[in-house]
Design a protein around this ligand. Sequence first.
Ligand code: FAD
Length: 444
Amino acid sequence: MSSASSSSLRVAIVGGGVCGMTCAIGLIKAGVDVHVYEAASKFGEIGAGVALGRNAINILTELDVYDDVHTRSLEHEAAGHENHDWAKTHPPRGLDDMHEWFKYVSGKTGETLWEVNADTLAQGVHRAAFLDALVHHVDPSRAHFHKRCTHVTQDTPDGPVTMYFQDGTTAEADVVLGADGIKSAVRRYVADTSADVHDPHLKYSRCVAYRALIPADKAEAAGCKFDYSARPLCPVGHNRHIIIFTVNAGTMINIAAFVTDPEQTGPESYVPPPVLSKQSATREQLLKAYEGWGSEMTNLLSCVEETAKWDIDVVYPPIEAEGWTKGSVAILGDAAHGMQPHLGAGAGQGLEDAYLLIQLMSHAQTNKSNVSDVLKVYATVRQPRAQKVWDSSKRAGDIYEGRAGDDLNRFAEVEALEKYIWNRPVNADLKDAEELLVKQGVFH
Ligand SMILES: Cc1cc2nc3c(=O)[nH]c(=O)nc-3n(C[C@H](O)[C@H](O)[C@H](O)COP(=O)(O)OP(=O)(O)OC[C@H]3O[C@@H](n4cnc5c(N)ncnc54)[C@H](O)[C@@H]3O)c2cc1C
């Protein structure tokens, strides 16, 4: 961050997920006065692994936290927690090694299999370990829990922003960054959505993900033939696909089974989400969803002991750049562009947002009187790329699930989409933003 130096801005981050915490760490390291306000009683992540593409790894490396994330992820696995072994056996590779990500084979049972070459995958880390590693870099006095933000206000253009919390308290800052996830309260403020109506940008994508862990010996005893520990696997079919990989040194098989409503004809058919995004589910429901998928998958899924299903909610219609900021308030991460998870790219885009905000909020030329213009430029630079990744993630789901046609050569397109996402120089956004700020006369 060569152009950065400590600014005198007081920054507040609403939401302490991976994007909010990454932003906080970078700002603290750059000497900015920052506080994080988190709704939960502590920082925490749910779920198993999260894939970090090269773009995300580069940012964490620049912030000097990547080694910690990697080490903690391995420790988490060594302690017997669920994780997958990509991180351990396949250290990060350069982009030049990305050839041959996909190979196509026909399964004995007649299903189409998309075989993933683990050598070229992005780094997989355990979600909880990832967040633990980030939390470790933030002074506890800067983290405030049980602080569910209900709304924010800014009375004058250069004046302070006030955050209101559910517990009746308030806090003030010069800049508020909303990293409060897909159901963001801060988004309502920047996108001008009144608190008493449904958020028009929050949609259920008509896709659910069943998640389960299956003991590998149980699967073998049930007649499963594949060696799931050899590599991640992704059987695909119409409106269905399953991501399968082993965790705990190959002893447990982790599945994320996606099922898309056949009525889903595109984003225009997305609907407001149900109240609960996680629901209980049964093995029988899962088996029914994958009926006709052949003996291998039927045997595997019949070993599921416990499962639940998550609705995949997204931000749609997209929020244009003008809607990402208002005055001295901006949104980042899922709050700005929550997307389908089919390219494992959502967190990475949030980290890119966070990194540009770190660089701009700590920039020697940013101050209270120009910060709203600086935030507008942040949005102008970040929104088109994040939206392209949103579109690509949807497209990848359509390719996996046959909505883009049955030609398996289409899988090569997924590789190109990944290359676009991963192959972004770490300071490219800052360069674009600085050029724009100078052109607009905000920076000199
Ligand atoms: C099934 C699935 C698989 C995925 N796999 C990948 C993957 O492999 N790679 C990848 O890059 N991405 C993946 N993603 C996407 C990724 O999980 C998200 O993009 C990422 O977690 C978003 O981070 P965030 O910090 O913006 O939001 P969140 O992680 O949702 O964090 C938001 C934080 O804000 C807090 N909060 C919420 N509301 C308020 C409020 N009003 N006031 C204060 N605090 C609040 C929450 O408690 C939470 O701590 C996947 C998503 C799904 C659903």
